[in-house]
Design a protein around this ligand. Structure first.
Ligand code: ADP
Ligand code: MG
Length: 477
């Protein structure tokens, strides 16, 4: 690259800078480079896909017009992810310095709330690792996106969160709602971690609604509303946890301010993500105009996880806590605690504590005693793979043992139909089904499911049998 081209590139950057706010410029363009320039195109280097998508979606006009002004012609603009720019960002994060090389300003430590796990001191990111433009809740280190177990109950919500990373602004706002203990706060922390890893300079605010309200009130009291607006309206991403608090009590003024904050951010394509314990329409006393804004984006419910997802979550938590629980104990917990992931985790901790306290191995018996589960209670492993195979065997008047035999015979169709219901009705993974039938590889399960599906679609008699089997399983107490 000759010095003249480099000079032209710095003119381009200057022109871009004159069109967008100073902080945004340094956030998104500090780590870009001019990689190539030819007769008809310019290739701009960026550290990762996130920065590329962000620049393309928010600043593309500014980039194109600046290039046109400097080079006096329209050039095609391409972006390329450049490894050494990425290394620079990663190293800066590791060292805890910002990318311009000055020492990181310490962040204002947010007030501790009695909400969530934010007070778990040992689990939060050390101070010096916090990126400079992040303000809000201390991020819980163990709430990451890669240890969040995804299943049918939370897939849409998780995709919404991923869309913020892959194509910011595609859904705006992203509104997540569910009952308590189903992973909303975990996902928001995970998203923040990921946003800041991909771009440590991004301006991100992540607070609880309670804190937003308190902040608003204290700014009003101090007649500092300009500061409040400056703080909340100049960000790239705003995340608010438990937004339903906005509807509680007499919050007329706060709701209006939130509405204006929302509009100001929305109009500058800032990404907004909120979580709530109810659908926007069901948040008591929430103003219609705010409801409408929420509904205009992606509204995603998180349902209680099914058995297969509950088992996966338990396995994941055991791994993180270094607990060695047998498959039977995991299935016992997953069969009995069905509505709340926080309680699933609590059961693991309780059983582990009991085994230490009584100096006993973690056995099925110890788990039953700790959780106070009767051995023959109706919910006892009702939805475990084994219980389902037993029910299917009962339906076809076969023994459980004959269902286990891999060779073809009169068990072939019942086996295949079991595989189909285990996938469709209970969302077990191929691996789980493979393990419960003792298959050599999960390809046999894929094949079994395919044969059953074909038969159900093509043969009216098999369709009737399948429907009766589903009714039989669903009618079980
Ligand atoms: P909410 O905010 O919906 O009340 P949280 O995010 O606080 O729920 O989740 C409660 C607990 O359950 C946390 O420890 C979280 O890590 C865990 N959890 C919830 N869903 C999942 C999941 N799908 N995968 C892993 N952990 C989960
Ligand atoms: Mg929460």
């Amino acid at each position: 690259m000759n010095s003249q081209t480099l000079e032209s590139w710095s003119s381009v950057l200057e022109k871009i800078q004159s069109q967008i706010p100073g902080e945004s410029f340094s956030t998104w363009f500090d780590n870009t480079s001019l990689e190539e320039i030819t007769e008809d195109k310019v290739v701009i280097g960026v550290p990762n896909r996130f920065v590329k998508t962000f620049i393309e979606s928010k600043f593309s006009e500014a980039v194109i017009s600046s290039i046109r002004k400097v080079f006096n012609k329209d050039l095609q603009v391409q972006y390329k992810i450049v490894q050494n720019l990425r290394n620079k960002v990663e190293q800066a994060l590791k060292d805890g310095v910002n990318l311009k090389g000055d020492t990181p300003p310490s962040l204002i430590e947010p007030k501790k709330t009695n909400y969530g796990q934010s007070s778990v001191k040992t689990d939060i990111i050390p101070h010096y690792h916090r990126p400079k433009n992040y303000y809000g809740l201390p991020l819980v280190n163990s709430y990451k996106l890669d240890n969040f177990v995804v299943g049918p109950s939370n897939r849409v919500a998780f995709s919404g969160i991923q869309s913020v990373l892959e194509s910011p602004g595609q859904y705006n706002p992203v509104f997540l709602y569910s009952g308590s203990g189903l992973g909303k706060t975990h996902m928001l922390h995970g998203l923040c971690h990921e946003l800041l890893t991909r771009n440590p300079n991004a301006k991100v605010i992540f607070i609880s609604c309670e804190e937003f309200i308190n902040d608003f009130i204290s700014h009003i009291r101090g007649s500092k509303m300009d500061d409040f607006r400056e703080k909340y309206r100049k960000v790239d991403v705003l995340l608010i946890d438990d937004i339903h608090f906005l509807g509680q009590g007499n919050k007329d003024q706060t709701q209006d301010e939130f509405f204006h904050t929302f509009d100001a951010l929305y109009n500058t394509s800032c990404q907004i993500i909120v979580s709530s314990d109810a659908h926007p329409k069901d948040i008591v006393s929430l103003k219609d105009k705010i409801q409408m804004r929420f509904i205009s984006g992606l509204v995603a419910a998180i349902e209680p996880p099914n058995f297969a997802t509950r088992s996966k979550i338990l396995k994941q938590k055991c791994k993180e806590k270094d607990y060695h629980f047998s498959k039977e104990v995991i299935e016992l917990i997953a069969s009995n605690i069905t509505t709340n992931v926080r309680e699933l985790e609590g059961a693991l901790v309780k059983i582990h504590a009991m085994s230490r306290f009584e100096n006993r191995e973690v056995s099925l018996e110890l788990a039953q005693q700790t959780l106070n589960i009767q051995k023959h209670s109706s919910v006892y492993t009702k939805n475990s793979p084994e219980a389902i195979i037993r029910s299917v065997a009962e339906f076809f008047n076969l023994s459980y043992e004959s269902m286990m035999l891999p060779k073809r015979g009169k068990n072939a169709i019942p086996r295949q139909l079991s595989m189909l219901v285990m996938r469709k009705l209970y969302s077990f993974s191929y691996q789980d089904i493979c393990d419960s039938f003792g298959c050599k590889s999960h390809a046999s399960v894929v094949h079994g499911e395919k044969c059953a599906l074909k038969a159900v679609e093509k043969e009216p008699s098999t369709k009737i049998v399948y429907q009766k089997l589903v009714d039989h399983l669903q009618a079980k107490p």
